[in-house]
Structure formats: structure tokens, C-alpha cells
Design a protein around this ligand. Structure first.
Ligand code: CP
Ligand code: NVA
Length: 313
């Protein structure tokens, strides 16, 4: 089966940057509808199979996709890279072609972003990026759903991300401008977002008429409606944990940081969280925190993504 260039996201979800603003809005709206009435969607992927390749650990992504495809009438197959021939040197391109003969879609969590691009280039089924070192689009789409639940139309709101200029920062930057939100990324010196991603993010923001600000001052959370953070050392960076603890020491989201944000500001984190590092326990578990709504919405947003890519919704 050849994927159509006119299909949702050109047939894949590798980056939010590849989606139109309408496509982003449609995922959020469909996720909200699926959450409200899950029974109405239980045949959307009837008889379909999702292959789920994991080269890194996962709780939320694995479980939300596996439960999600089941709730849509299909089945998920968990493929740990430890157990499949990828681990013994079988090329990603061969894996893509072989799996495409069996399954109707592939969700992959990899280190190199080029691996999910290779899956898309060589496979013939939709590829969903379940996190790479560069991007985490599924999380950011679910987060837009959570922001919309709290604020209604998010246009004109500001999302301040505090921390490493990592996969989460990049995908939140793209998600924000597609949703008409302003985005501020506050990172310690040396930990800003990738210049190539920033270039695309600035272009997106200009098109959307939103702001995209990079800062090294945590005071720039002032007035933000969403304060978001992520771990200081991502998967694969465990060896840098101790130096990062020092470099990020002044970038903890605590009660004072939240006080500087808007009166109705919420705290967000993709999880897993390290209380006492990137966020204080009182903020992480406090009244402004929506972290578990975010985690729940992974399920609904993932179902919306599969419905669009695999279920022709
Ligand atoms: N937020 C997120 O992607 O969590 P997992 O690593 O548990 O999948
Ligand atoms: N930046 C984190 C996100 C985890 C969901 C990581 O890549 O480990």
C-alpha cells in the first residue's frame, strides 16, 4: 500500500511540524470526543494491528498505545529492541519492510530520530514517533488536549518551558505555535534547543503570529499560563546526570516560580518526574499541577492519532 501525500500528516506522525494547524486541532478535538464517549469509537481500528518498537523504556507511551489500539478494536504487539533482530544488527530499513507485511501501523521509540525517518522511508504503513532524542510529538499533542480542557481555546496563552532544550522542548515549541500559543524556552547556558529546530520553530511562530522566545532567565516565566518542565537528563544521558544536576541547579520549578506565572497558571510535566530536581514536590503534587490529567490524556490523544492514521477517521 502506498501512502498518500495528501493523507493526514503525509501518512505518518514524525513531527508536529509536519502537521497543519487544522490537523493539530482535529487531533485535540477527536481526543476530547473519544474521552467523552469511548464506546462510539470501538470499531475504528477493528482487525488492525499496531507494531510497537521500543529501544528505550516506557510506561505511559507503551500502555496508552497498547490499551488504545485495543479500545479501537485492534491489537498491539510490543516489540522490545532487546528481543527483535534489530538488536543483532538487522537494518531498520529491512525491519520496516518486513513489519509492513504484517501490521497496519508502527509506533517506534528510538534514540536517533533518523531511525523513525528510515522506518517511514522504507515501510509502507503509517509510522508514529513514540519519542526520539529529537522529538516527542505524541506527548505534546496530548498536552495540547490537556491545555484545551483547562483553558478552552488556547490561542493567545503562553507556555513557558523550563529546562533542557530537548525532545519535549522541541515538540512543545511546534505544538504551541500550531495552537496559536506563545512559547518561551528557559534553559541554562549550553542547554538551549537545537538550532535547526529553533529555525523551524521561529518560522512557525512567524506564520502563526505567536512569539517564540529563548531565555536563560527563569524570571521569564512571568505571566505564563502553562509552566512546563522535564527531566534534566533524558534517556541515554544518564552519564551526564551529575554535571547536569549542577548546571540546572537554579532551574527548579518551585512555588516562587509558579507565583511569578499567571494567577490561573497550571504546572505540567510529561513524567517521569524527579521531585526535588526539575520540580519541587509541593508544585508537582500541588493544586495547580495537572500531571495525571496529562498522563491520562495520552490514551485519548493516542487513540485520536491512530484513528486518523490507521482508521481513516
Ligand atoms: N511521558 C512519556 O512518554 O512517558 P513514558 O516514557 O513512560 O512513555
Ligand atoms: N526528555 C525525556 C522525556 C521522557 C518522556 C526523555 O527523553 O527521557
Amino acid at each position: 500500500m502506498a501512502l498518500s501525500d495528501t493523507a493526514f500528516g503525509n501518512g505518518h506522525l514524525l513531527s508536529i511540524n509536519d502537521l497543519t494547524t487544522d490537523e493539530v486541532r482535529s487531533i485535540v478535538e477527536l481526543g476530547i470526543a473519544m474521552k467523552a464517549d469511548p464506546a462510539a469509537y470501538r470499531s475504528v481500528c477493528a482487525g488492525k494491528t499496531l507494531g510497537m518498537i521500543f529501544m528505550k523504556s516506557s510506561t505511559r507511551t507503551r500502555v496508552s498505545f497498547e490499551v488504545g489500539i485495543y479500545q479501537l478494536g485492534g491489537v498491539g504487539i510490543f516489540l522490545s529492541s532487546r528481543d527483535i533482530q534489530l538488536n543483532r544488527g538487522e537494518p531498520v530499513s529491512d525491519t520496516a519492510q518486513v513489519l509492513s507485511r504484517y501490521v497496519d501501523g508502527i509506533m517506534a521509540r528510538t534514540f536517533a530520530h533518523s531511525d523513525v525517518e528510515d522506518l517511514a522511508d522504507h515501510g509502507s504503513v503509517p509510522i508514529i514517533n513514540g519519542l526520539t532524542d529529537l522529538l516527542h510529538p505524541c506527548q505534546a499533542l496530548a498536552d495540547l488536549m490537556t491545555i484545551s480542557e483547562v483553558f478552552g481555546d488556547p490561542r493567545g496563552r503562553t507556555l513557558a518551558y523550563v529546562g533542557d532544550g530537548n525532545n519535549m522542548a522541541h515538540s512543545l515549541m511546534f505544538a504551541a505555535s500550531k495552537a496559536g500559543m506563545n512559547f518561551t524556552c528557559i534553559s541554562p547556558p549550553g542547554y538551549a534547543m537545537e538550532p535547526e529546530m529553533v529555525h523551524l520553530g521561529v518560522e512557525d511562530a512567524q506564520l502563526a503570529g505567536t512569539s517564540m522566545i529563548q531565555s536563560e532567565s527563569i524570571e521569564d516565566v512571568a505571566g505564563a499560563h502553562v509552566v512546563y518542565t522535564d527531566v534534566w537528563a533524558s534517556m541515554g544521558q544518564e552519564g551526564e546526570q551529575s554535571i547536569r544536576l549542577q548546571d540546572f541547579a537554579d532551574f527548579t520549578v518551585d512555588a516562587m516560580v509558579m507565583e511569578a506565572a499567571a494567577d490561573d497558571a497550571i504546572f505540567m510535566h510529561c513524567l517521569p518526574a524527579h521531585r526535588g530536581e526539575e520540580v519541587s514536590a509541593d508544585v508537582c503534587d500541588g493544586p495547580r499541577s495537572v500531571i495525571f490529567d496529562q498522563a491520562e490524556n495520552r490514551l485519548h490523544a493516542q487513540k485520536a492519532i491512530m484513528g486518523k492514521l490507521m482508521g481513516n477517521l
